[in-house]
Design a protein around this ligand. Structure first.
Ligand code: SAM
Length: 216
């Protein structure tokens, strides 16, 4: 099979940036090999899509570094049966990865332009069954709850109470918590209605803007 240069770069990205840093879930590695990340960045940046860092996607927002996408997805411990809520659709790249690994995905974005573009990209790639919403994701999506997994791809000052409330028992929430500029990645597991917290390491995300996030 002839592989184009993007495919080669993507395979190298998975080996050198993801597996080499300790992520060994073969389903996740396969999903990251499959999804064409260059389709989720502005055309002018497509040759940098497989670089080891975040990239701008317009509207002062970013597509996260590939390793961060992998780390957060790994932290969700997806087996394929879960209903997932993603907060911060952005480019839709993380959404596409989640869709390959979970049963159902609902994704929420506050900026119309990004949501429209993400929805178009996923449709062009034949990923049709994601539910897109425009809302303040810090409030969750009450009419779709409960969720087995919630992933927040923007930084919050604390765990938004509505998100914990919308998590099913045994469910997992992954969220960067801290200040506007630096955060710690937190995994919260709901055990008999109570929070069990694990800090997974430092990170840097754009802010979650909303009622339980930061002011605009
Ligand atoms: N997961 C994305 C990807 O793969 O491209 C990256 C997301 S980007 C780091 C964070 C996103 O969260 C931005 O698109 C931003 O507009 C969105 N966001 C910020 N506050 C939000 C809120 N309250 N509700 C929904 N989305 C929000």
């Amino acid at each position: 099979m002839v592989k184009d240069s993007f495919t080669l770069k993507r395979h190298r990205m998975v080996e050198e940036q993801i597996r080499a840093r300790g992520i060994h879930d073969e389903r996740l590695l396969a999903a990251m090999r499959d999804i064409p990340r260059h389709r989720f960045v502005p055309t002018i940046l497509s040759t940098r899509a497989y670089d080891d860092g975040p990239l701008p996607i317009g509207e002062s927002q970013t597509i996260s570094q590939p390793y961060i996408v992998a780390e957060m997805t790994d932290a969700l411990k997806l087996s394929g049966t879960e209903k997932v809520l993603e907060i911060g659709t952005g480019s839709g790249y993380q959404t596409a990865i989640l869709r390959g690994l979970a049963r159902e995905v609902v994704t929420v974005e506050r900026l119309h332009l990004l949501q429209t573009s993400a929805e178009k990209t996923l449709r062009e790639l034949g990923i049709e069954d994601v539910r897109f919403r425009i809302a303040d994701g810090s409030l969750g999506i009450p009419d779709e709850a409960p969720f087995d997994r919630i992933i927040v791809t923007a930084a919050a000052p604390g765990v938004p109470p509505p998100l914990f409330a919308q998590l099913s028992n045994g469910g997992i929430l992954v969220i960067p918590i801290g200040g506007r500029w630096e955060q710690n990645l937190l995994r919260v597991t709901k055990e008999n209605g109570k929070e069990r917290k694990e800090f997974l390491g430092g990170c840097r995300f754009v802010p979650l803007i909303g009622q339980y996030g930061f002011p605009d």
